[in-house]
Design a protein around this ligand. Structure first.
Ligand code: NAD
Length: 516
């Protein structure tokens, strides 16, 4: 084991011990207010920066899913016995359980996920933001009164599902965890959440710290393990009455199928192949900076990555060459280094996929303008999953690289002539998560934005997202919405209540009288 790997293992052990998770045999689950070790096969985590083993923990398995769902049922009953205002107060108080632990959480994520430490600190901030926002909703989930054409008072309540099952990916583990936990409990549900087996620990710590801040015991349970074992046991469990999944379209299909078998609804937040459209009249400095951030932040491992850059032909050469120069300036380095803006890919499978897709694109005729290989200047010991920021040109829309999500730092640039071709190219994939338009012509920017089949569209901007605004996809990017009021509503079911108010009630026999 090289010295970089040794240092990371030692640092990780300290962090796990600090949170009480034990380093030798990590207690990788949070169930009914306790840290619990898994019962299944060993899962070994690999250090993304060095490619060497980091730590092993045991798959939770079906037995722990059973314990977690029972705990969530009890926790949910206790939670719903509180007043709505008290639930809001406790959510706000729970955030204080994270205070003083932010840096250790960020370090824990950085070591395991291989994300730059600066990004991880920002992600911890998002956890706080999500809980603050949804805490405010607890006592504002008013129902409605419907002016029915009879003597009834008809009102609608938004009632929780009970216990929801959540499954999250490895690319933004803390963000996605808080993103789904906060609305679920604000709506009154108990939760069993399974993070990616590749990034198991920070979700456990978040749940543990939130409970220490005042959430009901058992309300939130985190269970770690493989998709095919622990994940499948969660989706198949009869106590789970809603599934919320964040991950790839391939797994999303399996989750939705598992839900459909039990007639349980699902929300799917899946991948993307988002188009970033630059018109010749755009402020090109800003468009280049936006295009660069859109794809290379998080090493392209972002669902909303702007992975297809569509450029009006008259400025194509100018934009691509400026972008290539900008890409070469990005500080690629070790996740722990404060100066690093882009780290390695998170795992070997992802590294292989990105490498294979670049090679296939080259074989199909694409040209590498920059990148496509290991970045220069890394320490010798950093033998992990690094790929330099890559820009590909001479790409045609039918190529795999222009159609499929790469989930890596790979941008394809294509030229277009006129608005019509821009929107046609933009909409020509099975995905529909996000997109952007860069232009100083306000009318055109709105016109084109309105024609994009994407859940989020930016004009002269990219990646601005907020927990206040709905987020989700069309097509292979999934269905349902997260964030904002739409995200909250995914966690409740409307219940219609009819109250007879006439002095002498007449009960309808069939549709002919009474209720219309
Ligand atoms: P993945 O689909 O491989 O895994 C996601 C989760 O699903 C993991 O926890 C995994 O263990 C679990 N899983 C896999 N098979 C399962 C099964 N049969 N039953 C139950 N659970 C199962 O995705 P990933 O590689 O971890 O993440 C990358 C993908 O996530 C990309 O496609 C990315 O675009 C997407 N993503 C989407 C959003 C969004 O909001 N739309 C956000 C982040 C990531």
């Amino acid at each position: 084991m090289n010295s970089l790997s040794q240092y990371a293992c030692h640092h990780l052990a300290e962090l796990l011990e600090g949170f009480g998770l034990s380093a030798a045999a990590p207690l990788s689950n949070w169930i009914n207010g306790e840290l619990v070790a898994g019962e299944g096969e060993a899962i070994t985590l690999i250090n993304p920066a060095t490619g060497e083993a980091l730590v092993s923990y045991r798959d939770a398995g079906a037995g722990l899913i059973e314990r977690a769902t029972q705990a969530a049922q009890r926790g949910q009953r206790e939670w719903m016995a509180l007043t709505a205002s008290e639930r809001g107060r406790r959510m706000n108080a729970a955030i204080r359980g994270l205070e003083g632990h932010e840096e250790a959480l960020a370090q824990l994520e950085s070591v395991v996920a291989g994300k730059p430490i600066l990004d991880c600190r920002a992600e911890v901030g998002k956890v706080r933001e999500m809980f603050e926002y949804y805490a405010g909703w607890c006592d504002k989930q008013h129902g409605e009164v419907i002016p029915v054409p009879t003597s009834h008072l008809n009102y609608v309540r938004h009632v929780p599902y009970g216990v929801v099952g959540q499954i999250t990916p490895w690319n933004a583990p803390m963000f996605t965890c808080a993103w789904q936990l906060a609305p679920a409990i604000a709506a009154g549900n108990g939760v069993v959440l399974k993070p990616s087996e590749l990034t198991p620990f920070t979700s456990v710590v978040i749940a543990k710290q939130l409970e220490s801040g005042g959430l009901s015991k058992g309300l939130i349970n985190i269970v770690n393990g493989l998709g095919k074992t622990t994940g499948a046991a969660l989706t198949d469990h009869p106590a789970i009455s809603k599934l919320v999944f964040v991950g790839s379209p391939q797994s999303g299909r399996m989750i939705a199928e598992a839900g459909a078998r039990r007639l349980v609804p699902s929300v799917l937040e899946l991948g993307g192949k988002s188009a970033n459209i630059v018109f010749a009249d755009a402020k090109l400095d800003e468009a280049v900076a936006g295009a660069q951030a859109a794809i290379f932040a998080a090493a392209g491992q972002s669902c909303v990555a702007g992975s297809r850059l569509l450029i009006e032909r008259s400025v194509f050469e100018q934009v691509t060459s400026r972008l290539a120069r900008a890409a070469e300036q990005i500080a690629v380095g070790l996740p722990s280094d404060e100066a690093t803006r882009m780290g390695p890919l998170q795992n070997h499978r992802q590294f292989e996929q990105v490498t294979r897709m670049i090679e296939a694109a080259k074989a199909a005729g694409a040209r590498v303008l920059t990148g496509g290989k290991r970045p220069e200047g890394l320490p010798d010991e950093a033998q992990g999953y690094f790929i330099a920021p890559t820009v590909l040109v001479d790409v045609t829309p039918d190529m795999e690289i222009a159609q499929q999500e790469v989930f890596g730092p790979v941008l394809v640039a294509m030229a277009f002539d006129g608005e019509g071709q821009a929107t046609q190219l933009a909409n020509e994939t099975r995905f529909g998560l996000a997109g952007a338009v860069w232009s100083q012509d306000v009318a055109r920017a709105h016109r084109v934005a309105g024609q994009l089949r994407a859940g989020t569209v930016w004009i002269n901007s990219y990646k601005a997202i907020s927990v206040m605004s709905p987020f989700g996809g069309f097509g292979d990017s999934g269905f349902g919405r997260s964030s904002g009021l739409d995200g909250l509503r995914e966690y409740t079911v409307p219940q219609s209540v009819w109250v007879e108010t006439a002095p002498e009630a007449s009960v309808a026999f069939g549709y002919g009288s009474g209720v219309g």
